[in-house]
Design a protein around this ligand. Structure first.
Ligand code: ADP
Ligand code: ADP
Length: 226
């Protein structure tokens, strides 16, 4: 568990596109912050910077007191959950959840312990031997969560994780994700362009605007929803 701080982050792509300019956001330990704003305002870029999939050309990224700005993705205590959760279809639920830990050479007994624990938390214990094709959309989404949870990260990054689900399931998964954040106490940065999602899920909502030619920062405001 730890806080996450974007400290005056800037990111300009190689073709000259300024995606993020001078953005500072502090997420408290265990806090759930939702990031909103129109398409192209830099939401994904900011998440990718946090995940280490892009490196900023200005500013620092801190997890707790630790400066992780220059660290590899695998070397920062962060797990990212994408909208296209791309489970491995030929692997069981257990194997899908275990995969990342195996890559990290986690001992087998520890993998079993963590996957079993995550499966219990996510109500997937009965499905560990199934393949993703035999699961519902909500269950598949939970397996994707499981892959992140088993790593016991300090921070979750979620990039529109519910946008592929139908309306009913989306409402249900909102509540589940929020509960999970509270139960595990994992600091979470959540990107959406769904206003209702932002208002109902966020402890705070950070609003980005597109970088203008003269913008000093594209962080417009950060508020606590009513
Ligand atoms: P959002 O997630 O809010 O839609 P993005 O972070 O995807 O915004 O994009 C921010 C800006 O950066 C946009 O103008 C987008 O076109 C541009 N952009 C994103 N990725 C790249 C890239 N790899 N190379 C160049 N420009 C990019
Ligand atoms: P292997 O024989 O390849 O060493 P295991 O004997 O550990 O693998 O597991 C065989 C299968 O049983 C795995 O593919 C996995 O799907 C499942 N499995 C292993 N451990 C558990 C567990 N704790 N809970 C549920 N399923 C498990």
């Amino acid at each position: 568990m730890a806080s996450l701080s974007f400290d005056r982050i800037g990111k300009t792509y190689d073709d000259g596109t300024v995606a993020v300019a001078n953005v500072s956001i502090d997420l408290g330990d265990g806090e759930f912050v939702v990031l909103v704003g129109p398409s192209g305002c830099g939401k994904s870029t900011l998440l990718r910077v946090a995940a280490g999939l892009e490196y900023p050309d200005a500013g620092r990224l801190l997890i707790g007191e630790l400066d992780v700005t220059d660290r590899e993705p695998g070397d920062r205590d962060i797990a990212m959950i994408f909208q296209n959760y791309a489970l491995y279809p030929h692997m069981t639920v257990f194997e899908n959840m275990a995969f990342g830990l195996q890559q990290r050479r986690t001992p087998k007994a520890e993998i079993e312990r963590r996957v079993t624990e995550a499966a219990r938390t996510l109500d997937l214990a009965r499905y560990l031997h199934r393949k993703p094709g035999m699961l519902s959309g909500g269950q598949r989404q939970r397996v994707a969560m499981g892959r992140a949870i088993v790593r016991h990260p300090a921070v979750f990054l979620m990039d529109e994780p519910l946008s592929n689900l139908d309306a009913k399931l989306r409402v249900q998964m909102r509540a589940e994700l929020k509960l999970l954040n509270q139960r595990l106490g994992v600091t979470t940065l959540y990107v959406t362009h769904d206003q209702v999602e932002a208002m109902t899920m966020g402890d705070r909502v950070a609003v980005l605007k597109p970088v203008g030619s003269t913008a000093e920062s594209n962080l417009q405001q950060i508020d606590t929803p009513q």
